[in-house]
Structure formats: structure tokens, C-alpha cells
Design a protein around this ligand. Structure first.
Ligand code: ZN
Ligand code: FE
Ligand code: FE
Ligand code: ZN
Length: 267
């Protein structure tokens, strides 16, 4: 039984395909009890007039997105939640808080996709790894993830070790960074997302890795599940594997969200 898939995108972000109804249909077919849409929040941190084509929904589409998900929650045969995936960029916390306050989300998922403007998970910017020191990049990434959590703006931290996406692996031992990250998450009171997109990326590993998830579990951090589907066929993809992983490190329940409050489903 898959209790929830809390990370679905829609066509609105410009790089995913499919209508809400198509995503819900696949979830129903796969026996997933609850889904949460988590489309990319408009790029609030860019200077006015600048955009990254196909990266996130337009600002004018945010009310449409909210309405679209809320409407689908009324007719869907399963529970549908309204989430949002928000990038974290230091220095823009107030703008982000302002944007988030416009709507009543069930949960806000925080993501780090940029290191000082470098879109490190964007295939178009992959060449940049060659001119960077990987150990340092990992350190910068996890520092940003900790800062993001500590803003208090997020309920869930998405794909916690996304930096491994293209399988550039550090030489250094990561345990101190992992411990620091878990302590920051604990202090911030956030939930961690077990995100299966990593299985489809060159890393070929769920985000977070088993080692990192084990540390999160030992620090008492709750976990939720997400496929990060960018097309309807990806709904629930890898989630049976994710369930095995969470159980193997000791989790007995999975978090779901309503009106930014956490609830737990026994697994
Ligand atoms: Zn996306
Ligand atoms: Fe993401
Ligand atoms: Fe996503
Ligand atoms: Zn994502």
C-alpha cells in the first residue's frame, strides 16, 4: 500500500506534461490513497522582467493553479492536496513569504536547485561541474539546504541530497555534513521527502541515500513520499522501493499534510 505521493507536477510549470485529472487517474489505478500536487512556484527571486523559460509557472498562473487543484480535490475519488515546490534563494525570504501568504496551501516543499545562481540540477548547466571542486559543491549545497529549513517557511524539504543527481560524488566523508543537516532540520521542525526521481536520474538512487535517511530517522525527523512525477505515467514511480527504504531504516509512519498541519499514516 502506497499511502501518499506528495510530489506531482502539472503542465503549468512548462517542463512537465499532463492535466491534473490524468495524474489523479493514474494514482487511482495504482491504488495510491492520496496525492499532493507540488508544482514549481513562480520565480520570485529573479529581477523584474527576467525569467528562465520553462522553469516554473508564471506569476499570473498561481491563482489558476490553486483553483485547479482545489477544484480537482472536490471531484477526485482520492484525497488531493494542494502543495507547492518553492525554491530557496538566500536574501529573498520576505518575497517568498509574501507569495506563499497569498494562498492556503496544505504544505510548502522547499527545494534548493541553485548555488549562487548556478542551476546545478539543470542538464543545460552540467558543464559547470568540471570547473568546480565537488567536495566544496556538496558543502555549499548542504549549507543552503540547512539555511532553507531554518527560514521556517517550509513544511517539507524536497529531495534532500539532490546534489548527487548527475552522480558527481565527493571524495570527502559526508557524515559530518549529514549530521549538521539533520540537526538543522530537527531544529526547524521540517519533514523530509523521500523522493524517487533520483532513481530516474544518473545518480540511480533515491533522494536521500539510505545513509542520510538513517541519520534523519535517528534524529526523529518525519518522512513523506514523492515521485516528483513530471508526466502522468510517473505517478507513484519507485514508491514501492521508497516504502522498502523507509521501513528498512525504521519508519513506521508517513507524514501527510492538511492546512500546513502534519498527520501520520501507519505503514
Ligand atoms: Zn520540475
Ligand atoms: Fe525539485
Ligand atoms: Fe518537483
Ligand atoms: Zn522537484
Amino acid at each position: 500500500m502506497i499511502p501518499v505521493d506528495n510530489h506531482l507536477h502539472t503542465y503549468l510549470c512548462g517542463h512537465a506534461v499532463g492535466e491534473v485529472g490524468e495524474y489523479v487517474e493514474v494514482a487511482v489505478r495504482k491504488g495510491i490513497r492520496e496525492v499532493g500536487f507540488c508544482d514549481h512556484l513562480p520565480l520570485y527571486f529573479l529581477p523584474p522582467g527576467r525569467t528562465i523559460p520553462g522553469y516554473a509557472m508564471d506569476e499570473k498562473d498561481l491563482p489558476r493553479y490553486v483553483e485547479m487543484i482545489e477544484r480537482s480535490a472536490k471531484w477526485a475519488p482520492i484525497t488531493v492536496k494542494l502543495g507547492i515546490e518553492a525554491d530557496y534563494v538566500p536574501g529573498y525570504e520576505e518575497k517568498l513569504a509574501g507569495l506563499l501568504s497569498l494562498h492556503t496551501f496544505d504544505y510548502v516543499t522547499g527545494s534548493v536547485h541553485f548555488i549562487e545562481g548556478w542551476g546545478f540540477d539543470n542538464p543545460a548547466e552540467i558543464a559547470e561541474y568540471d570547473s568546480r571542486e565537488i567536495d566544496l559543491v556538496y558543502e555549499q549545497y548542504f549549507t543552503l539546504v540547512q539555511q532553507a529549513a531554518l527560514t521556517g517557511l517550509f513544511d517539507v524539504m524536497a529531495h534532500p541530497d539532490l546534489i548527487k543527481k548527475f552522480n558527481f560524488r565527493p571524495a570527502r566523508d559526508l557524515s559530518s555534513l549529514y549530521g549538521e543537516t539533520a540537526r538543522a532540520f530537527k531544529k526547524a521542525g521540517v519533514c523530509v521527502e523521500v523522493n524517487t526521481a533520483g532513481l530516474r536520474n544518473p545518480a540511480r538512487e533515491i533522494y536521500p541515500s539510505p545513509e542520510l535517511l538513517e541519520i534523519f530517522f535517528k534524529h526523529g525527523l518525519p518522512a513523506t513520499l514523492g515521485s516528483d512525477a513530471h508526466s502522468p505515467d510517473q505517478v507513484g514511480a519507485g514508491l514501492s522501493e521508497a516504502m522498502k527504504l523507509v521501513k528498512s531504516v525504521g519508519y513506521t509512519e508517513i507524514a501527510t499534510f492538511s492546512g500546513r498541519q502534519r498527520k501520520f499514516v501507519k505503514i
